[in-house]
Design a protein around this ligand. Sequence first.
Ligand code: SF4
Length: 259
Amino acid sequence: MSTLLFNQIVYGPVFSRRLGNSLGINLLPQNGKVCSFDCLYCECGFNHAHTKGKLPSLQAIQNALTTGLESLHKQGVRLDVITFAGNGEPTLHPHFAQIIDDCIRMRDQWFPEAQLSVLSNATQLHRPDVVAALLKADNAILKMDSCIEATFRTLDRPTSERFTLEVLTNQLKAFPGKLIIQTLFTRGQYEGNTVDNTTDVEVNAWIRCIKEIQPHSVMVYTIDRETPAQSLEKIPLPELEDIAKRLTDATGIAVQVSG
Ligand code: SF4
């Protein structure tokens, strides 16, 4: 089972297929995981395998940001982006909004050319403080892996029964700013069930949803490292490009593909 957990609040920079030279910010436990999804492909592993550890305090995060960003600035490191991701869902941190404000202030001081991105599963968009904070980021990159309820539940496994596909799509439609949708394509088996969000039926439903949501752009990608559900396939780049072309042809929305 994959257990790629981050053991620091500020980590990297690492080269990201989608974002470039990225400094990661982990607001979740160090060597633990907290998420409102439990995706079959999560590089951190399944939730139940990583329950230890507490969320870092606001003070610990502010200290880590100050030390990390100032030190990288002194070393002359070049950053394309500062990315909130890490061991789970960053918007679950109770001080997420304050942390975004702090990070923007420090970014403007030491890395004014770097973008600020948040990778989120969109489960907390019912909270006005989270939406307001996401609007301050340069890139709010929100997950939507399938527009068919059964596939969404099998692949992303939301921890709340109440978080349905309808809730997700309504919240994405209501997002009042620049929105980037991220969709991970894969297929395989887990516990005797087939999961596949690349079929014609899936892609057509996904295109219809994206058309309704009208995001600024879409990121299409596939698995890159070991996944906890081990039979999942990496989708070949030409197939991802075909899916992206179908979306652009149908909607005119820009798509970035990472194979
Ligand atoms: S939303 Fe992200 S962190 Fe949460 S389980 Fe899925 S891949 Fe992992």
